[in-house]
Design a protein around this ligand. Structure first.
Ligand SMILES: Cc1ncc(COP(=O)(O)O)c(C=O)c1O
Length: 469
């Protein structure tokens, strides 16, 4: 073990012993003297080694855990994470074209970072067992050409899940396994031949979707969003675009569901103008209060809606797995397209996911996450409210984030960049807007907010905000 471990402590210092242990270990990890993946003493052992109370060491470990510098696996032990940042790479590179939109993929997750589930509450044992079973099945299977549409048993599980949990009753033949929302989007745009055309998108709306469209020479046409969701306006009836991409479950980034009359207006628009809808169901059942609003595709009786789901927010974005549900009359066209261009990925991963869902673990996990995320959001909102300056408005209804809105004209991108350098993954809101006069603010994801550090984190972030508004 390295020379700087265990950390030296000084009882006469004005810095608390917890802070001394935390800072010493943090430095040892960031400088590389505690190597990635190195096993650490348990906090109980380190406490007796240093002659301090167990609670003192546990608090230091908790701080390191919050920063994703160490991981603990119950009673089995504590390790340095396998890819901690070095002091040199601690600063996050930002993309100059879309500042704040992409993270440095080598960096650890940051506090308030969006798009990642809770790090500390995943059912690891059930997940591991599903993978072990999948590996065993794979070893006894002859090498085969897998079905490019995806493992049929997984497609059946997903169809069952959608029927039960999302009000979208569909046959497994309509389900295609993708590598997440982005690839589902690509498949629809390409198989339906939208290249070079115009497409309606929500304003504000997910910037990655607009970027994806531009990659295919598609022009995103913004349609305003009000408190009821996308405003299905007479303008949309002029046939300018034959596709709309929407987030009806929880509008991204504002969080509200699409109001019932708007759902009907949108479906009517598609029928009357011979157009199509892509439903981005990125958060699926993770609607935190009440029963989740059913999928729009469940109300589509004309075969006009493509339902695109993802396991990125519910399991892990690094799984790179999602699904696409196509209208029945298009099964043949999509089967041919994916067979030749975008076959489903790893069969072992698909099989593991199928075992996980079939064992009831997915639904159980989602139910637990709904409760956990609601508690985390409540905690964050109540903490923020104590310190929020009057010029900052806090919105928290719907979605997996809390939105902070700044006075008009505030440079939220600059604030987000400064926040990133201080370890915050909060995203600026203005890039979500396409039209003139974007709102200014920050999106704070609630998934990894924890009781022990939320107050200090909020204070630090609010200091950065106050320096920028
Ligand atoms: C609006 C929206 N759509 C889709 C996704 C998921 O994308 P993918 O499945 O490609 O990871 C996210 C994740 O952050 C999202 O916020």
């Amino acid at each position: 073990m390295s020379e700087s471990y265990p950390p030296a402590i000084s009882r006469g210092s004005t810095v608390s012993i917890t802070q001394q242990i935390y800072r010493g270990m943090r430095e040892a990890i960031l400088s590389g003297s505690l190597a990635p993946g190195a096993r650490l003493s348990s906090w109980q052992d380190l406490a007796s080694q240093l002659g301090v109370s167990r609670g003192t060491v546990k608090r230091a470990y908790d701080l390191l855990k919050d920063e994703q510098l160490i991981i603990t696996r119950g009673a089995t032990g504590t390790w340095v994470t396998s890819s901690p940042p070095s002091l040199q790479t601690d600063q996050v590179e930002t993309n100059t074209q879309q500042p704040g939109m992409f993270y440095d993929f080598r960096a650890r997750p940051q506090y308030f970072q969006g798009g990642i589930p809770a790090q500390d509450e995943f059912p690891l044992k059930a997940w591991f067992n599903a993978w072990r079973k999948a590996m065993t099945a794979d070893l006894s299977r002859p090498m085969i050409q897998p079905d490019p549409r995806g493992l049929y048993a997984l497609r059946q599980e997903i169809a069952g899940y959608l029927t039960l949990a999302r009000g979208l009753s569909c046959h497994a033949d309509r389900v295609f396994i993708s590598s997440g929302f982005s690839s589902g989007l690509f498949i629809v745009l390409s198989a339906m031949g939208f290249h070079g055309q115009k497409v309606f998108v929500e304003d504000p709306g997910f910037p990655r979707t607009r970027q994806a469209l531009r990659e295919l020479a598609i022009t995103p046409v913004p349609v305003p969003v009000d408190p009821f969701g996308i405003c299905v306006s007479p303008n949309m009836m002029n046939g300018e675009a034959k596709l709309a991409i929407v987030t009806p479950g929880q509008q991204s980034p504002l969080g509200m569901p699409l109001a019932p009359d708007r759902r009907m207006d949108l479906l009517n628009w598609a029928r009357q103008t011979d157009a199509w809808i892509i439903e981005d169901d990125y958060a699926g059942e993770l609607q935190l209060t009440g029963r989740a609003i059913p999928a729009l595709a469940g109300d589509d009786h004309d075969g006009r809606v493509f339902h695109v789901g993802s396991f990125s927010k519910t399991i892990n974005p690094s799984l790179r797995m999602g699904y696409l549900v196509v209208p029945e009359h298009l099964i043949g066209r999509f089967s041919k397209f994916v067979a030749h261009l975008t076959p489903a990925g790893s069969l072992i991963a698909q099989q593991a996911l199928q075992y996980f869902i079939a064992g009831g673990h997915y639904l159980r996990h989602l139910r637990r996450m709904k409760t956990l995320y609601l508690a985390r959001k409540t905690l964050l909102v109540s903490t923020l409210r104590e310190e929020l300056p009057p010029s900052v408005r806090c919105e928290f209804e719907g979605g997996l984030s809390v939105r902070l809105f700044f006075p008009a004209g505030t440079d939220d991108v600059a604030i987000a960049e400064r926040a990133q350098l201080a370890g915050f993954g909060a995203l600026p809101i203005s890039p979500w807007y396409q039209g003139p006069n974007p709102q200014s603010g920050l999106l704070l994801s609630i998934t990894n907010v924890t009781e022990r550090s939320v107050a200090a984190r909020c204070r630090a972030l609010l200091r950065i905000i106050q320096g920028g508004i």
